[in-house]
Design a binder for this molecule. Sequence first.
Ligand code: GDP
Ligand code: IMO
Ligand code: MG
Length: 431
Amino acid sequence: MPATCVVGLQWGDEAKGKIVDILTEKHDVVVRYQGGANAGHTVVFDGKKFKLSLIPSGIFRSQVPCLITGGVVLNPASFITEIEGLQKEGVSCENLRISDRAHVIMPWHFEEDRLMNRTTTGEDIGTTQRGIGPCYRDKVGRSWAIRMGDLYTEAFAERIYSLCAVKNKILYGMDPAGGESRLDAEKIVSDYLNYAQRLRPMVTDTTAYLLDALDENKKILFEGAQGALLDIDHGTFPYVTSSNSSGVGVCNGSGVAPRHITKLIGIIKAYTTRVGGGPFPTELDNEIGQHIRDEGNEYGTVTKRPRRCGWFDAVAARYTARLSGASVLSVMLLDVLSKLPEISICTEYEIDGVRTRNFPSQVDDLRKVKPIFITVPGWQQDITGARRWEDLPENARAYVQLLGKLIGTPVEIVSVGPDRQQTIFVDSSSL
Ligand code: GDP
Ligand code: IMO
Ligand code: MG
């Protein structure tokens, strides 16, 4: 019956993985429903740090099944490497299931990602180069798509041969320097049949699995990847990812209807970060931005790129919380701001001299934004040992409360460090 979703409300890396890992204990199934190996989710406990990409962050509770549904684009090679890495660390992946509807990332998708990383205006999207956009493009285009279930059909090899013929022509047209027949169909067939055999026990109809789980009143936890501002339909297009990474994507990615979703936890950092191209109104391209990057270790989990850092943008977060249907918030990485004497929050945008609390639909308007800030005093003390709301200094509590007020959604969780233990569950009566 109850389904809870964990969704990032900024541009990704809000520490969704940490919250999913913690909440898995109270759920019966964990579900990754969109994105692919562009995601990098970090889970820390018992002094160990795990980085996950395709595998749901619930994997550390071996009794809880982890599903990867049809909305995900799956690179079998990196998926197998990820499983093997976890197994080496003693993590059981027995309970992992992948949808036969999930689309498969093929070697040409990487080439296409490399060659088509630009928007029509010529600026880099700055993709993770994991073949995500091209694979989703082929999914929507239908003719050139391969799904997990296709790997087990007799026609698979034949399809790869004809697809390689088409894709070789396209790639040559885009980049003649790469040669006329860079895709080796025979090798691709052999590699992918090997992956298919290895993954066979995990491949199933996850939609049917989830619908049965709902009938049985199982508690389902949905793990979003990326963040709502990267949503293909509602984000800062074209500087977005190719899936519905806001709350609206849970249903189409998983096959679970909206009426089952009872709670949506919007995950926010206490400040803002972004990796890749595109406008970022509150960006701090100065020593404060560098301070936040250093304190928060803000370097990409997947690509290691330095993350762009800035003040908390309440206009953007209010938009994505409403868009995603956030019922509560989880404020992450609060400790990163601990040394700052003053902290700013963007509460309004000024566009062409007009003040607004609405997030613009056009990226050119977002580029014009003059952020209007309020500045509040910092707390300037270490909070990484805080475990209860009352343990936080008054200014830190006031800051968290202000974020909730500006977004219009109550704060339920506050995180003061990467470890599972460094998490405060806020009793609403204490706010
Ligand atoms: P995700 O993609 O949303 O799961 O987030 P990432 O794992 O890419 O990035 C979040 C980073 O912040 C990871 O390195 C986490 O270990 C770390 N982290 C999570 N919560 C906290 C916190 O409260 N404080 C600090 N300092 N680091 C945190
Ligand atoms: P998690 O799940 C942060 C960004 C890329 C690029 C844009 C498009 O860890 O929060 P893509 O490879 O998806 O076509 O790249 O989206 N991006 C992310 N940024 N966190 C992520 O995932 C991201 N996944 C994609 O940097 O700007
Ligand atoms: Mg990440």
